[in-house]
Design a protein around this ligand. Sequence first.
Ligand SMILES: N[C@@H](CC(=O)c1ccccc1NC=O)C(=O)O
Length: 290
Amino acid sequence: MELEDQYSPSRWVIRRGAEEALRTYSHIGDEATKKARATRKSLLHVPYGDGEGEKLDIYFPEGVSEASPFCLFFHGGYWQSGSKDTSAFMVNPLTEQGVTVVVVAYDIAPKGTLDQMVDQVTRSIVFVQKQYPCNEGIYLCGHSAGAHLAAMMLLANWTKHGVTPNLKGFFLLSGIYDLKPIVYTSQNAPLLMTLEDAQRNSPQLLLEAALTRPLDPACHVLVSVGQHDSPEFHRQSKEFYQILRQGGWNASFEEIHDMDHFEIIWNLTQKDYVLTQMILRTILQEPRRH
Ligand SMILES: N[C@@H](CC(=O)c1ccccc1NC=O)C(=O)O
């Protein structure tokens, strides 16, 4: 089944078998999280809402100052797997450079629905802005399904939350922006998305229909895909990038050389990785307030 293949990232890896790629991804995430918790000052399992799953981990740079840039990470796993407790990939290289990293948990399926996850992600960002009003910018980074959740924040309506987060940039890695095809794959079994649910939660479709311009024209949006991601993942990223440009967003597109769907994210543990460098350059070149 063609769609099934296209939306099974582990079938497209080239250096390992599918199972081994998934195992390596979990292993590296696990190790990176243990290392981050052992070597960085952190606040773990901080509630951002009343729900059992509404928790986040905050990892601070050396010489704790609340006036740092914040990078929030949203893990992937097709909205049905993954955890903040194995997703601290970027913590060490970013905190080393003075960035506070927040790894956010959300209720994956079958407990959570897409609408609930989008709402949780919205509230996690509101929480960080309220808790750290002196932040020097909030950046959102997401991988795969997590890139989808981050991308939904381009369309968030903050007015009912009483605060507008200081959003300065988005790093969207190997994401999915039109959820309709997912409805026809086995990935939808725990998600139980109807076509309407998929439409309501597709940033590609929402941006196409939106008449609004970006609130902050300086806000960067990096749309990035691995060279070895499937053709459908390439198409999704390119089309999303194009719709962002048409909508007046300060967007860029990067195909990451020789990376598959999992390497693109687990290499964020490395400071000399091209994406780590791009993320750091974007965050650190931003003029400081105060
Ligand atoms: N069952 C999927 C797993 C998967 O797609 C995935 C796993 C970990 C992190 C991100 C993933 N993809 C999208 O969120 C696969 O076969 O590749």
